[in-house]
Design a protein around this ligand. Structure first.
Ligand SMILES: [Zn+2]
Length: 304
C-alpha cells in the first residue's frame, strides 16, 4: 500500500519534532514543542492516515515519555486532541479541513486496466452536504473508512471496486444512523451509534466489515441497524472460520486412505500425492471448498 501525502507530511513533522527533542539545545527543544502544538490542530489527521503510517503514533508515544516535561506534555496533548478529532466531535467543530486532506488513499491498480473515470480524484469523494456540520463530518469519517477498505482489497478486486461510490455509500450510512437515532445530530444516541460504526469500520482486526460494506455485501441500511455485537462479530467469525478450516483439514487427514489423489500438484514440493476433502463452507449456492494436504511435505491449501 502506498502512503498518502497526508501521512507522509505528518510523519515528517513528527520525525522533526523527535529529532529536535533529542537536542540538548533549548531552542531546539522549544522548536519541538512548537511543532507538536501545530500537530494538535492538523486537519489532515484521520484514522486512515494513522493506520497508513503507524510510526506517527509510535513516535508520539515515545515523546510522551520524554524527560523534558514540556515535550512530554505536548505529546500527550497531541494524542488526546487527535483522539477527540477521530471520535468525531472535534472534527465537526473544527474549521473545514484543507483540500490537501481530501487526497484519496492511493490504491495500486493493475497497470493494464485503465482507471475508471475520475474514480481516484478527491473531489467526487465528498459526501453531499446535509447543511449540518456534525453530520457532514461523520459522513467524511465513513468516506475514510471506505477508502481504507478499498486500499486493502486484493489486487484482482481493486480494479472492479475502484469505481465504487464511497461518497454516496458513506452518506447513506450516516443518513440511516441519523434517521434511526432521533433525527437530531446533537442526540447522544446518534453520536454513540456513529462512534460505534466508525470504530468498528476502522478496526484493524475487522477488515472484513468495511470490505463488505464497500463491495455491497452489507447495505448501509443493514449496517446502521446492526448491534455492537453484530458489528464486532466479523473478527470472531473469522476466528471460527479458521478453526473450522483447521478441523476440516484434520478430519481429511483422518481419511487419508480413501481421499488420496494425483489430481493436485503441491505448489511447495511439486509432488502429486495429495489428500483432499470438499465441504460447503458458506451458503449452499456457493461452490464447494476443496481442502488439500500434500502427503509429502504437509503443505496445505484450499480453493473453491
Ligand atoms: Zn508438498
Amino acid at each position: 500500500m502506498s502512503v498518502s501525502k497526508a501521512a507522509r507530511n505528518l510523519l515528517a513533522l513528527v520525525t522533526k519534532a523527535k529529532e529536535a527533542s533529542a537536542s540538548s539545545d533549548d531552542s531546539e527543544v522549544s522548536r519541538c514543542v512548537d511543532i507538536l502544538a501545530t500537530l494538535k490542530t492538523d486537519a489532515s489527521v484521520s484514522p486512515a492516515v494513522l493506520m497508513e503510517a503507524p510510526e506517527i503514533g509510535k513516535t508520539l508515544k515515545v515523546l510522551k515519555k520524554h524527560a523534558n516535561e514540556k515535550v512530554a506534555k505536548s505529546a500527550v496533548e497531541v494524542l488526546s486532541a487527535w483522539k477527540a478529532l477521530i471520535a468525531g466531535d472535534a472534527a465537526a467543530a473544527a474549521p473545514a479541513p484543507k483540500a490537501a486532506s481530501e487526497a484519496p488513499v492511493k490504491s495500486e491498480k493493475p497497470a493494464k486496466s485503465p482507471p475508471p473515470p475520475s474514480a481516484s480524484s478527491g473531489g467526487d469523494e465528498l459526501p453531499p452536504s446535509t447543511n449540518d456540520k456534525v453530520r457532514d463530518a461523520f459522513a467524511k469519517k465513513f468516506v475514510e473508512t471506505l477508502r481504507l477498505a478499498r486500499s486493502e482489497l486484493p489486487d484482482d478486486e481493486k480494479a472492479s471496486a475502484s469505481g465504487a461510490d464511497v461518497a454516496t455509500l458513506a452518506s447513506r450510512v450516516e443518513a440511516e444512523a441519523f434517521a434511526k437515532f432521533g433525527s437530531d445530530s446533537a442526540s447522544k444516541e446518534y453520536k454513540a451509534k456513529i462512534r460505534s460504526l466508525v470504530f468498528n469500520l476502522q478496526d484493524k482486526k475487522n477488515p472484513d466489515l468495511r470490505r463488505r460494506v464497500l463491495v455491497g455485501d452489507v447495505a448501509p441500511e443493514k449496517l446502521a441497524h446492526m448491534s455492537a455485537d453484530e458489528l464486532a462479530s466479523d473478527a470472531l467469525r473469522q476466528e471460527k472460520d479458521k478453526m473450522r478450516d483447521h478441523a476440516l483439514f484434520e478430519s481429511e487427514r483422518g481419511a487419508l486412505n480413501v481421499a488420496t489423489t494425483d489430481a493436485f500438484k503441491c505448489g511447495k514440493c511439486g509432488k502429486r500425492k495429495c489428500a483432499y476433502t470438499q465441504a460447503q463452507t458458506r451458503s449452499a449456492d456457493e461452490p464447494m471448498t476443496t481442502f488439500v494436504t500434500c502427503m509429502n511435505c504437509n503443505n496445505r491449501w484450499k480453493f473453491s
